[in-house]
Design a binder for this molecule. Structure first.
Ligand SMILES: Nc1ncnc2c1ncn2[C@@H]1O[C@H](COP(=O)(O)OP(=O)(O)O)[C@@H](O)[C@H]1O
Ligand SMILES: O=C(O)[C@@H](COP(=O)(O)O)OP(=O)(O)O
Length: 302
């Protein structure tokens, strides 16, 4: 049996070489599952040829990267980026925001999967818990959707303010308290998490949290209104979908206003705004940003 030697928090451990474990990490770099398994089998054969009984993780990675570069340089680069993120010494908190329907939940799921992050929460769920705690009489805006929150405002905004955006800001401001709490708890426990939804808006999360290098935020956009509208149709086609299409189409104008607000807040707070046209391009772009800002850093700003 070939043993692999790694290190966690200064403690050395060994575990048997597993083709399954290696192929899973290769699929996270976007190699097809069959190819990944075949590649992992080749690596195992090489180790056997060398008569090795023990190899360190770093030596193994070097071998993998060398072979990957010959086999598929693009996947080799993705694998290196993934390793770099994994080597970070702090938990990674990824925040993905965007107007309703732009794809935050789909992309969050893919990102969590790619990075092997086991925790994911939708801000809709945080809001749902808050709704049970805070009555509709006390804070009516959170009992509405983000784009209809203006209907719940106890005092209408002055005429010079856009009512949809005034309601949206109130709504987001309240739910952001819950998001702050999830981030704080994740940092305290040392768990990586992806937090996604319409309530992840630049400028609303506590500054001291967002300033940390291991807390990264992204905004998803869809410039083309028709593509955006199409996403509500595709969402409703899923068998288990319970949210009525018509509601989102009726409020599409208001949803687009929030979309514009996301764009302006992202630009104001220097948060990457990523066009979510194609899943693979979106994921690659997010991973690239994370690698550049977080990957491999050991000195996290406190
Ligand atoms: N990049 C993409 N390309 C094609 N369809 C997408 C993409 N991102 C999301 N979708 C689809 O758009 C719909 C809305 O996405 P969803 O993730 O539910 O949006 P949100 O959570 O932002 O409301 C879903 O049917 C989803 O499969
Ligand atoms: O408040 C909102 O804008 C939407 C966000 O949900 P997503 O479309 O982002 O999933 O929640 P709703 O009230 O429709 O359940």
């Amino acid at each position: 049996m070939i043993m692999v030697q790694g290190e966690v928090s200064g403690k050395v451990y060994t575990e048997p070489f597993s083709k399954g474990v290696l192929s899973r990490s290769l699929t996270r770099a976007e190699m097809g599952p069959n190819k990944a398994y075949a590649f992992a089998s080749c690596i195992e054969a090489k180790l056997k040829d060398k008569n090795l009984s023990l190899i360190t993780i770093d030596e193994l990675v070097e071998l993998i990267v060398d072979d990957l570069r010959d086999e598929d340089p693009e996947i080799a680069e993705k694998y290196i980026a993934w390793r770099q993120i994994k080597k970070g010494t702090e938990p990674l908190i990824i925040l993905i925001g965007g107007a309703s329907g732009v794809g935050t939940s789909s992309i969050a799921f893919e990102i969590a999967n790619r990075l092997g992050i086991r925790n994911m929460i939708s801000t809709d769920m945080i809001r749902e818990v808050m709704r049970k705690i805070v009555s509709k009489e006390l804070i009516p805006v959170i009992h509405e959707s983000s784009f209809t929150a203006y209907k719940g405002m106890r005092v209408p905004p002055p005429p010079e303010f856009d009512d949809v955006l005034a309601g949206f800001r109130d709504h987001v401001d309240t739910v952001s308290v819950g998001i702050d709490a999830v981030i704080e708890r994740s940092l305290k426990e040392g768990i990586s998490i992806v937090i996604e939804g319409v309530h992840v808006v630049p400028g609303f999360i506590k500054q001291e949290l967002i300033e940390k290098n291991n807390v990264v935020m992204f905004v998803l956009t869809l410039q083309d209104k028709e593509i955006h509208k199409g996403r509500f149709y595709s969402r409703c086609r899923q068998m288990w979908a319970r949210r009525p299409l018509q509601r989102y189409l009726d409020n599409f104008f208001a949803i687009r206003k929030t979309h514009k607000y996301f764009e302006s807040q992202a630009s104001k707070f220097d948060v990457p705004a990523i066009e979510n046209i194609d899943v693979v391009t979106t994921i690659d772009s997010i991973i690239k940003h994370i690698t550049e800002t977080y990957g491999g850093i050991n000195d996290v700003k406190k």
